[in-house]
Design a protein around this ligand. Structure first.
Ligand SMILES: [Zn+2]
Length: 455
């Protein structure tokens, strides 16, 4: 099956078609926030494409879309697919160490778990047409190629389109993959509303989910053999090195805290400079110190941001009494994050002490970096080499559904270069030649994993 390739022209058409849902006529960006009418219409389009392929389409309780293609190692599938001809695994099953193959007739074999692949189709407001959508459309393309070539696999294959990966008006990002991996419960949905006062539970129902039986969407690790996601890089590391395919080594860890700096409000004219306890000036010094700490960290993937700040009372003639800001650090390892936060923490304490300010820190999020599975990384590297595509191993720097899937199964990610490193904007763009290469690596890696994995 080494000769199999994805069809770039068909893929490009699908990219174009899906990008018509939520198109913002003024900016040419996409407004396809989760559970909006545009996103619901895109879901319908995708389901139609999957049904056209005769896949078994299922919408789970978190409104994730799953489309299953049976494997011939699946006990329920006996006779459903031709397992003798055009079978990728038939030639290698004797050496694959597959215990499922030892029990004689196909009907008597135990089921093999699923190899799943996909991403998400929701976008940020005024976003682009590749973030998430690419992973789903490449999964669709892989299914299409296998179907038209009549290739059967031992493992069942599942395409997944996760609900609400992006930050959304209901305040729950990576919603679908968190639900599937048991990190969200029914109680987390209760009473959650968007700015218009719409209930998340109602929006979920409209998308085909089921808030009452929400936890039933959880997947048992036993059901899964692997998860692969193709995504745009959203940075410039691949582009700068002119490398078409990235193999993700780890999904970045994200650490956030809320910092409150307290000083004393006073008259902006009559208070001598030496007598001031200016919360904003102290906070500013702390913020610049944080930037310096992050800049000086030797790891490229160690980055820090202060993206949110509130100043009180925020009046021109009053010395600021209180500043609250959110500080975020990301890194590929726990150590990188700890180094940045640890160094900054000491400096912040010193700054507060020397200015006579109060300092309070409250942890908001401590999501550890998630290493990707070694076997999947190696399989992708071998397949890319066979295809003669150069690859770069790199950390993700952004959060993805694969983070959560990694707590259930072997997970891996492939990156496609982003032109100009741009994403979450209308200018988001990737070259079809690069997309095609990632698609071929995905296709061949799925087939290789199907041959190699014994469960
Ligand atoms: Zn994404």
């Amino acid at each position: 099956m080494r000769f199999l390739r994805i069809n770039a022209e068909r893929l490009q058409n699908n990219i174009r078609e899906l990008a018509s849902f939520g198109l913002n006529e003024a900016t040419y960006g996409l407004d396809r926030t989760t559970f909006t009418p545009a996103e619901l219409a895109a879901r319908q389009w995708l389901k139609g494409k999957l049904l056209d392929l005769q896949l078994t389409v299922r919408v789970d309780e978190a409104a994730n879309i799953w489309a299953t293609r049976r494997g011939f190692g699946d006990a329920d599938a006996s006779g459903a697919l031709d397992a003798t001809e055009n079978s990728y695994a038939s030639g290698i099953s004797a050496t694959s160490g597959d215990s499922a193959g030892s029990s004689g007739s196909r009907a008597a074999r135990s089921s093999l778990p699923v190899i799943a692949f996909g991403s998400h189709i929701d976008t940020v407001p005024n976003g682009g047409k590749y973030d998430g959508a690419l992973g789903v459309l490449l999964a669709l393309e892989v299914m299409t190629v296998l179907e038209e070539s009549k290739i059967s696999t031992r493992h069942p294959l599942e395409l997944v389109s996760f609900s609400a990966e992006e930050p959304n008006p209901f305040g729950l990002s990576t919603f679908g993959s968190r639900a599937v991996s048991g990190k969200l419960s029914r109680s987390d949905l209760t009473g959650v509303r968007n700015d218009q006062g719409e209930l998340l539970t109602e929006a979920l129902l409209l998308a085909g989910g089921d808030p009452v039986h929400f936890e039933q969407c959880r997947r048992d690790p036993e059901e899964l053999a692997a998860f692969l996601e193709v995504h745009i890089e959203q940075g410039k590391r691949l582009l700068d090195r002119d490398i078409p395919v990235g193999i993700v080594t780890a999904i970045t860890g994200i650490y956030r805290e809320e910092v409150t700096v307290t000083g004393e409000a006073n008259h902006a004219g009559t208070t001598l400079m030496a007598d001031r306890k200016d919360a904003l000036m102290g906070a500013s010094e702390m913020m610049l110190a944080f930037e310096a700490v992050c800049r000086n960290h030797p790891a490229n993937e160690a980055v820090g941001t202060i993206g949110r700040i509130r100043n009180e009372p925020n009046a021109a003639n009053i010395i600021p009494e209180k500043v609250i800001f959110h500080l975020e650090a990301r890194g590929e390892t726990v150590q990188q994050i700890q180094e940045m936060i640890g160094t900054w923490g000491k400096q912040a304490r010193d700054i507060a002490g020397s200015r006579g300010l109060g300092l309070e820190r409250r942890l908001l999020l401590d999501q550890a970096p998630q290493p990707m599975n070694d076997l999947i990384m190696d399989v992708c590297a071998v397949e890319a080499e066979a295809l003669e595509y150069p690859v770069l191993r790199l950390g993700s720097m952004a959060g993805h559904d694969a983070t959560h899937m990694a707590s259930l199964t072997r997970a891996g990610m492939l990156f496609v270069p982003s032109l100009g490193g741009k994403s979450h904007c209308p200018e988001e763009e990737s070259r079809i030649e690069d997309i095609e290469k990632a698609g071929n690596v995905l296709l061949q890696s799925i087939l290789a994993l199907d041959g190699q994995l014994s469960r």
